[in-house]
Unconditional design. Structure first.
Length: 255
């Protein structure tokens, strides 16, 4: 895998030394620039995997300003500085850099910091990709996915609720499930059974829509205990069977 590094350093000799070190360790130095303006332009144009950024540069834009300007690119920045200036370090923290290297630094220190920055960035991209995939699934799910606590408070519910009722997910999150049940006691019985059995399948639950009409569902859910947080929650899905039940009732009445 190609590892593209941008060096932003106003001392030519230091920059060349860093470039040689990186070359020995199979990093691809895509450019070496000396000013803040060049750093911003090159970062946006070439999109390096990591930036080694000197805080003091050749123009009125310092390394901290550059990091702040390109923060939207989500490129790991490692600051290089000859001074452990507390005030500058505090200001640099606001840009959320991967780390700092105080000059003069050792070769193994530079390489280890770079390797960790690249690894962290790769893992964050994977996690972000997984979250995006989950969000797409969550938003397009046909049944109604939900999470609630053991008191029946809705923690999360899929946007598909709007396909089955006049409620939006935003309106329901934070409310109690029993407030929408045709018979609130059914919710208590459902939670009691789930707490005991830990899993239920095709459990009938009937809800009221905004206009008072019934939404007939069957619920499959699981009781989950997070031992680390010492918390429990219920996750599950509701399958709308209103049309099916009404069709059966209609056929029965016509016989």
């Amino acid at each position: 895998m190609e590892r593209k590094i941008l060096i932003v350093e106003n001392e030519i000799i230091v920059a060349e030394d860093i470039k040689k070190i990186l070359g020995r360790h199979n990093f691809n130095v895509i450019d070496v620039v000396q000013s803040g303006k060049e750093a911003i332009e090159t970062s946006r144009k070439k999109l390096p995997d990591t930036i080694l950024m000197d805080i003091m540069l050749d123009d009125d834009i310092n390394g901290i300003d550059v990091a702040s300007e390109i923060k939207d690119l989500n490129i790991p920045v490692i600051f290089l500085t000859a001074f452990a200036d507390a005030e500058k370090i505090e200001k640099a923290k606001l840009t959320e850099p991967f780390g700092y290297l105080i000059k003069p630094f050792r070769e193994r220190e530079l390489i280890a910091t770079l390797e960790m920055a690249l690894y962290k960035n790769m893992m964050e991209k994977r996690i972000l990709g997984t979250l995006h995939d989950y969000q797409r699934i969550f938003e397009n799910i046909q049944d109604i996915y939900f999470e609630m606590d053991t008191n029946g408070k809705i923690l999360q519910i899929s946007p598909s609720i709007l396909d089955h009722s006049s409620y939006t997910a935003e309106e329901l999150i934070g409310t109690k499930v029993e407030d929408f049940a045709v018979n609130p006691d059914d919710i208590d019985a459902f939670i009691s059974k789930l707490t005991k059995d830990l899993i239920v399948k095709d459990y009938p639950l009937y809800f009221k829509d905004v206009d008072g009409s019934q939404i007939m569902t069957i619920c499959s859910a699981k009781f989950i205990v997070d031992k680390r947080l010492d918390k429990s929650k219920i996750v599950g899905s509701l399958h709308n069977i209103t049309d099916t039940m009404q069709s059966k009732e209609s056929i029965k009445n016509n016989i």
